[in-house]
Design a protein around this ligand. Structure first.
Ligand code: GTP
Ligand code: MG
Length: 136
């Protein structure tokens, strides 16, 4: 069965939304395989976001992700990669559909980066890479 990496980003942990986010994952029927709270350092984040290096939002993104603890989750289920992306909603929290995590709890805070509460791997290749990185 498929596995994916989910991160509750520093805004989600700070706003006490970890339980609500995990509840939605479990309500959907996905299983929790492993979990830990991590203060990520710059080198881990630079590797995690390697595809975004050089983009204008890269630096603010890394600073945001370093700003507090992250809840790191290994989640399993049939088509969980797509399924969690669907639960999360689209990247921009202002326009993410209501009913999704980002749509229900996210909004624009006027910062230089989207504080959009969660991350989910976007493909089987990303999931393999990111699970190895965060659970090495
Ligand atoms: P993740 O699950 O976090 O990877 O989100 P995503 O897959 O929906 O978005 P993507 O991988 O394209 O970007 C990673 C993160 O960078 C996003 O979640 C945002 O926090 C931030 N980001 C992406 N695109 C933009 C952008 O155009 N502007 C700003 N300010 N931030 C962005
Ligand atoms: Mg992404």
């Amino acid at each position: 069965v498929q596995e994916t990496l989910v991160l509750v980003k520093p805004d989600g942990v700070a706003r006490n939304l970890s339980g609500e986010i995990l509840r939605r994952i479990e309500q959907k029927g996905y299983s929790l395989v492993d979990a830990k709270l991590v203060q990520a350092d710059r080198s881990l984040l630079a590797e995690h976001y390697a595809e975004h290096q050089g983009k204008p939002f890269f630096e603010p993104l890394v600073e945001f992700m370093e700003s507090g603890p992250i809840l790191v989750l290994r989640i399993a289920g049939e088509r969980v990669i797509e399924g969690f992306r669907s639960l999360a909603g689209t990247t921009d929290p202002t326009t993410a559909a209501p009913g999704t995590i980002r749509g229900d709890f996210g909004r624009d805070w006027g910062t230089k980066v989207q504080q959009n509460l969660v991350h989910g791997s976007d493909s089987p290749e990303s999931a393999d890479r990111e699970l190895a990185l965060w659970f090495s």
